[in-house]
Design a binder for this molecule. Sequence first.
Ligand SMILES: [Cu+2]
Length: 153
Amino acid sequence: MKTALLAALALAACAPAARAAPVEVVSAWCRPAGAGAPTAACYVTLKAAAADRLTTVASPLAGKVEVHDMSMAGGIMRMRHMTEGLPLPAGETVRMGPGGKHLMLIGPKGALTVGGKLPLTLTFQKAPAQTVTAHIVPQLPQQPQGYAPQGSR
Ligand SMILES: [Cu+2]
């Protein structure tokens, strides 16, 4: 009797971590940056089956990684640290890109060279954390044709 109860408790304790499906990482890439650059930018495209949130990002090749948003205000580009993380609505593809949301690498450890790779560990509110390899490419894979943020004009 007591054994059965303990087994049930152990199962219950394991359940939440195993339940959420992993978030699909559609793409991950970084722009090159020279040695000594104070920051560098990486971009990921994410798709979550169930509503979730990208909470924190880390890389062994940067002192810190922050989720930023960029917007134009009065002709000036402004960056905002999304301290609350990046919301991932259910079934929606959330695309980061130049001029918009990005991952800001603060204190990159060394140059980001074209052709190189950079590991990024993405932590989500519900889905399990995962480490992806971002490729360092010279310029934007342009946003796919026909893609535009909802209600942008
Ligand atoms: Cu930024």
